[in-house]
Design a protein around this ligand. Structure first.
Ligand code: SAH
Ligand code: MG
Length: 218
């Protein structure tokens, strides 16, 4: 199905002055990495929908939502929207603008929704609010493109790999963010799951763009 469902009341009309630059919103994705996400995702057209783990405020979703629109599919964006370890109060990437005083917790969902609306991408981006592993347990649709950009603990990264890597269709793409082969540059868990993907013989490494590793499902 190429066009969004007609008349669905939950999907707004795009704003006249649509937000077009994903780099103008909060988030953690280099423009070259974003461009690579779009390039590889669009090339999987026909293999299945796209899915990301780690929506945050919608930066990568703006890139991948644009790609989904071009490919005639949808982006499912997973996030519990309570932030990773480094986003919590007192941690390095805590942002007081993303804190819900009533809940006493980080909440990035309002910003995510605002940004997807502003970009005119609501028909193509479907937010799934929950933990990656919980959603993976109920998911069986083969995916054309999966982007892992969630928690950076070994437990979180492993759960993302275990939950999603084998749900990519043959010929589809798995992209992993924040991969640092040199331990001096950053944490190891994303690199560890990249190594597992290569060792599984189910994937071939395709390209590295800054900290983004791209693999193709065999
Ligand atoms: N892709 C985003 C950045 C993601 S930051 C961008 O382009 O800017 C990582 C996100 O992963 C955080 O918002 C955090 O809430 C989410 N996250 C961490 N662990 C998770 C888990 N187990 N399930 C779902 N989301 C998780
Ligand atoms: Mg990241």
């Amino acid at each position: 199905m190429r066009s969004p469902s007609a008349g669905a009341p939950c999907v707004t009309h795009p704003p006249a002055d649509a937000l077009t630059d994903p780099q103008s919103i909060k988030g953690f994705l280099d423009p070259e990495e974003g461009a690579a996400l779009v390039r590889y995702a669009v090339a999987t057209a026909g293999l299945g929908p796209f899915l990301e783990i780690g929506g945050y405020c919608g930066k990568s979703a703006l890139y991948l939502g644009t790609a989904a629109k071009a490919a005639g599919t949808r982006l499912f964006s997973i996030d519990h929207h309570r932030g990773s370890e480094e986003h919590q109060p007192g941690e390095e990437y805590f942002d007081p603008e993303l804190y819900d005083e009533v809940a006493g917790a980080v909440d990035t969902l309002p910003a995510f929704r605002r940004n997807i609306y502003a970009a005119g991408l609501e028909p193509w981006v479907i937010a799934m609010v929950g933990k990656s592993a919980d959603i993976a347990a109920y998911w069986s649709t083969p995916l054309g493109f999966v982007f892992i950009d969630g928690g950076h603990s070994m437990t979180a990264a492993q759960a993302d790999y275990d939950g999603w890597a084998m749900k990519v269709a043959p010929g589809g793409i798995l992209a992993i963010h924040d991969v640092f082969p040199n331990p001096e540059d950053g944490g190891r868990p994303p690199y560890e799951i990249w190594k597992q993907a290569v060792a599984s013989k189910q994937y071939e490494p395709v390209e590295r763009i800054r900290t983004l590793e791209v693999l193709r499902r065999l």
